[in-house]
Ligand binder design. Structure first.
Ligand SMILES: *[C@@H]1O[C@H](CO)[C@@H](O)[C@H](O)[C@H]1NC(C)=O
Ligand SMILES: *[C@@H]1O[C@H](CO)[C@@H](O)[C@H](O)[C@H]1NC(C)=O
Ligand SMILES: *[C@@H]1O[C@H](CO)[C@@H](O)[C@H](O)[C@H]1NC(C)=O
Length: 367
């Protein structure tokens, strides 16, 4: 019978060598994390389409995704307004903390405070740190996400009572993810900010807004914060396509990737400063750049077929209304693609990145 445990170990060992099983093991280790860590009562989300769970469905903007094929791999195949075929990172992070496997949008009328008490999303696709970015497509500016959060606190206090609500507020994990739109939708597309700031100055401007934002959350009672970094945004299929039509090879736009790297360094430094300055805070920098770059450079290593084009429509430039069920070119298996539409990752990519960030940094917030 001793052979039994031995062969179990060798199966375990051989599976370890297979990349396809990496995810299985990551889930296994994540379960250990949330059994041993202190309980996180809620996940609270601010940011853009990288984390929006459907707030844009309720506002007057063209930047939407609450129609097929968006959401076709989500629970019930529902197009919630998430910019992916399935879940986005906060959904996986909430699940990893032992909470619900998704985080509902604050403006979604299907949910109320009894749902939001364990997780709520204030994010809005198309927004950024800069007010001028959210104005481009009339989406929710960051300051209004904060107003909604204050409204949430009031509702939470009347629902749970002051004492319990205050515990949720201070023990919750706050996920912040935005910045890509400030550069791609605003700075590099419209003339205003470029005439006011060079790129270094604009990066510093955004970092100063991030600083004020985290300090405001802290003043409102938040203590455990994950501040997100930028992905290699020059490798988004849309940027590759524009770069290609500008006469370059079909490769990532290096300039944008360099801007993201420098911005991430500045944010990482900000996080160090904030931890010193804000007593009792636990702030981490969740930097997706390296893992994302790894996926984009070696998609096959993670079981993908391509990172250069997206699944939806032709994969070169479509997102939002142009990625719809009438387009005949959409792929059948999104798991073969790193990107879902020309600007957003597939659920599978979101999952790999979330699990990596959870394991390396975000799980530290539960202690
Ligand atoms: C929230 O919604 C559920 C079901 O829709 C309902 O049973 C519950 O009473 C509502 N809770 C509050 C606090 O409104
Ligand atoms: C953004 O707009 C709001 C509302 O008008 C304002 O309070 C805030 O100061 C602005 N932020 C910046 C950085 O200018
Ligand atoms: C932006 O301007 C500042 C101040 O004039 C300068 O120090 C910096 O090198 C400039 N950065 C770039 C990327 O041009």
């Amino acid at each position: 019978m001793h052979l039994c445990s031995h062969s179990f170990l060798s199966i375990l060992h051989s599976q370890f060598l297979e990349m396809g099983d990496f995810v299985v093991f990551a889930i296994f280790f994540m379960q250990i994390f949330y059994i041993t860590g202190a309980k996180v009562p809620a996940v609270i989300v601010f940011g853009d389409s990288s984390v929006d769970a459907g707030n844009n469905n309720q506002i007057d903007t063209v930047l939407r995704s609450n129609f097929r094929p968006y959401g076709r791999d989500f629970f019930g195949g529902k197009a919630t307004g998430r910019f992916s075929n399935g879940r986005v990172p906060p959904d996986f992070i909430s699940e990893a903390f032992g909470l619900r496997p998704f985080v509902p949008a604050f403006l979604d009328p299907a949910y109320n405070i009894s749902d939001f008490a364990t997780g709520v999303c204030f994010a809005s696709a198309g927004t950024g740190y800069d007010n001028a970015t959210s104005a481009v497509l009339s989406v929710i500016p960051l300051w209004r996400e904060v107003e909604y959060y204050k409204e949430y606190q009031t509702k939470l206090r009347s629902y749970l009572g002051d004492e319990k609500a205050n515990t949720v507020i201070s023990e919750a994990v706050y996920l912040i993810s935005m910045g890509t739109n400030d550069f791609l939708e605003n700075y590099y597309t419209l003339p205003d900010r470029k005439s006011q700031y060079n790129v270094t100055q604009y990066q510093d401007y955004l970092v100063s807004i991030a600083e004020l934002f985290v300090k405001e959350l802290y003043a409102l009672g938040a203590r455990k914060v994950s501040l997100g970094g930028l992905p290699p945004m020059g490798c988004l299929p849309l940027e590759r396509t524009t770069s290609f039509f500008a006469g370059n090879q079909d490769t990532c736009k290096d300039e944008y990737n360099k801007v993201a790297l420098v911005f991430n360094e500045k944010m990482s430094y900000l996080v160090k400063q904030l931890n010193v300055e804000l007593s009792g805070s636990n702030i981490v920098f969740s930097n997706p750049y390296a893992i994302f770059q790894h996926i984009v450079r070696k998609p096959s290593f993670f079981g993908f077929e391509t990172a250069a084009v997206a699944c939806c429509a032709t994969g070169f430039f479509e997102m939002g209304y142009m990625c719809n069920q009438f387009n005949p070119f959409t792929c059948t298996d999104a798991n073969k693609f790193v990107f879902w539409d020309s600007f957003h990752p597939t659920e599978k990519t979101n999952k790999i990145i979330s699990q990596h960030l959870f394991k390396t940094v975000i799980s530290k917030l539960s202690s």
